[in-house]
Structure formats: structure tokens, C-alpha cells
Ligand binder design. Structure first.
Ligand code: FE
Length: 128
């Protein structure tokens, strides 16, 4: 999916644009999905790509929605991120290249991964 930054600016809210296109981070404990415990699918807020299942969401206490794995590995992309004097792994939507958050190695079983994701990059669809 190729869209110009002007098109993204038009489609997304200012806050979404800041996180998804400029790799910003929402303030902890402010996102709408931090404590969401409903069953369903979290999709990319920019393009609708299904990213995470509620089945893999866990309480991390960090203030951001946290998952131990994506719905499909191919639905996300991982990229080394050396910004802010840290070495981190960025996670992006593989369909629109939107910034989602970062992956850390302190997650629970079975993967040991913590996908630390901005609520604003996600759209939740409730499913039974
Ligand atoms: Fe996307």
C-alpha cells in the first residue's frame, strides 16, 4: 500500500499520524485499549490489517497494550531501531508500514516476547 504523506495526513487524526507515520509514542496509561479485556481482533488503525488477537494480550503493567505474538508473523514487520540512544526492535504493519510499537524480550510464555503497541495504532473489533 503506497500512500503519500499528504494522503495519510488527511486520513488519520493528528494523534494517529504522529504515532503511525512519525513513529511517535502515546503517553503510557492513556490509550483506549490498555485495559481492554473483550474478545476480538486488533487491526491496524490505518489500513485494517489484522494484527493481534485478544487471546495473546496480557497485562504487562507498562501502560501500553501488550501481546506475546501477532496473529500472523507475516502481518507485521520488524526493524532495528537505534533512536533515542537505545537499541530496540520496532514493529510495523506489513501492509501500510505504519509504526505500531516495539518488541521486547521480557514477555510471558510461550514466546517470551512483549509486543508493546500503541492503542492509537489499533482498531479493535469485538468477536465472540
Ligand atoms: Fe496498516
Amino acid at each position: 500500500m503506497e500512500k503519500s504523506e499528504d494522503e495519510w495526513r488527511e486520513e488519520l487524526t493528528d494523534e494517529q499520524y504522529y504515532v503511525l507515520r512519525q513513529k511517535g509514542t502515546e503517553r503510557p496509561f492513556t490509550g483506549k485499549y490498555v485495559d481492554n479485556k473483550e474478545k476480538g481482533v486488533y487491526k491496524c488503525a490505518a489500513c485494517g490489517n489484522p494484527l493481534f488477537s485478544s487471546e495473546t494480550k496480557f497485562h504487562s503493567g507498562t501502560g501500553w497494550p501488550s501481546f506475546y505474538e501477532p496473529i500472523e508473523d507475516q502481518n507485521v514487520e520488524k526493524k532495528e531501531d537505534l533512536s533515542h540512544g537505545m537499541r530496540r526492535t520496532e514493529v510495523l504493519c506489513s501492509k501500510c508500514q505504519g509504526h505500531l510499537g516495539h518488541i521486547f524480550e521480557d514477555g510471558p510464555k510461550p514466546t517470551g516476547k512483549r509486543f508493546c503497541i500503541n492503542s492509537i495504532s489499533l482498531d479493535f473489533e469485538e468477536k465472540d
